[in-house]
Design a protein around this ligand. Structure first.
Ligand SMILES: *[C@@H]1O[C@H](CO)[C@@H](O)[C@H](O)[C@H]1NC(C)=O
Length: 322
């Protein structure tokens, strides 16, 4: 009985990946969504969604950084649509379905995705597992769903006219943020490993200018007294065989494991005034790689890359493919 339940889960997950989860189902729509997101600032955002009705014709690709309750009622369209939720860096997204009436016939489905998915690429790709996708149809509303990072997604397809769902979005505190998505292209953020091993990253869905404001990577030993010798910024740390470092670069899509690395740094450097990195990529990515032996932190300032500065860019993504 146990193995049967397990098998059913796998099949459901597969069905989801081939179906609702992949916008490849709707090639035109997928491309449009990508284009829309690369022009992140132009995407339709919700301003006051305390109680807000999703317009099936306008809001198929919806990006919201607000809390509140959303209602969706189908106009009979079988398109896959998405609610891209994003919260402050130190928050998680919680979704509670208050009402659900999405007939399973003709592919009717609502999927909660603990992360973001665009054009078949997911984020955070290196921390992905089946538990990140929960799908449902009928009148069976899933319980409270909470994301592991500050961005999550609800994808839905409701072909049955007049049917739909309502969902309440809340932002909960995240005491140890690891993977972080930046809302827009401006902001200052400190990536930390909290003494743990593994990778943490910050992604901006935009070309940006990145400045390292403060660097403490591979220096502060977890136990015992650390000398805290200011080493300055060390480059090519991974080539030197150092285990803890920061990759700065970009990616052509949400999958930051495929990032192109411009700079690879570590050390202890509190002086500002380092040269900014101009990243002309669809997404800007900074990844902190930690062995678990150190308390690492890197403070980064992001600002938008002006189109006229693209010629001076330090990294132009996709050039290796040409
Ligand atoms: C962390 O990133 C590095 C790339 O710098 C990669 O080799 C490694 O597999 C990643 N670790 C995990 C746990 O994903």
């Amino acid at each position: 009985m146990k193995s049967f339940a397990c098998l059913t889960f796998v099949l459901l997950a597969c069905n989801c990946i081939n179906g609702l989860f992949l916008p490849e189902m709707e090639p035109g729509r997928g491309r449009a969504v990508t284009r829309a997101l690369s022009r992140f600032t132009r995407a339709r955002r919700l301003s006051q969604p305390a109680h807000r009705i999703i317009d099936p014709t306008e809001d198929c690709f919806l990006v919201t950084s607000e809390e509140g309750e959303l209602f969706f009622k189908s106009a009979g369209d079988a398109t896959v649509c998405g609610i891209y939720m994003i919260a402050a860096a130190d928050r998680r997204v919680q979704a509670t379905f208050n009402y659900m009436d999405v007939p399973c016939e003709n592919g009717g489905l609502v999927a909660w995705i603990d992360g973001w998915e665009l054009s078949g690429q997911v984020w955070p790709a290196d921390a992905w597992d089946e538990a990140r996708v929960v799908e449902t149809c009928g009148r069976r509303a899933p319980g409270k769903l909470v994301s592991r990072q500050n961005a999550a997604l609800i994808q839905y397809r409701v072909p049955a006219r007049g049917k739909g769902f309502s969902v309440t979005i809340r932002h909960l505190k995240n005491p140890k943020p690891c993977n972080v998505m930046l809302f827009g292209s401006e902001g200052v953020f400190t990536l930390r490993n909290h003494g743990a091993s593994g990778n943490c990253s910050v992604v901006a869905v935009a070309p940006t200018v990145v400045r390292v404001m403060d660097l403490n990577v591979g220096q502060a030993v977890k136990r015992g007294t650390s000398l805290e010798i200011e080493t300055g910024t060390i480059h090519h740390c991974s080539k030197r065989g150092l285990t803890d470092y920061v990759d700065i670069g970009g990616a052509s899509g949400l999958d930051h494991t495929k990032m192109e690395v411009l700079d690879n740094v570590c050390g202890l450097d509190s002086s500002e005034g380092r040269r900014p990195a101009l990243i002309a990529c669809e997404d800007t990515v900074v990844r902190l790689v930690s062995s678990g032996r150190f308390h690492n932190s890197v403070t980064l300032a992001f600002s938008s890359l002006n189109p006229e500065d693209i010629e001076q860019a330090d990294l132009l993504c996709g050039m290796n493919d040409l």
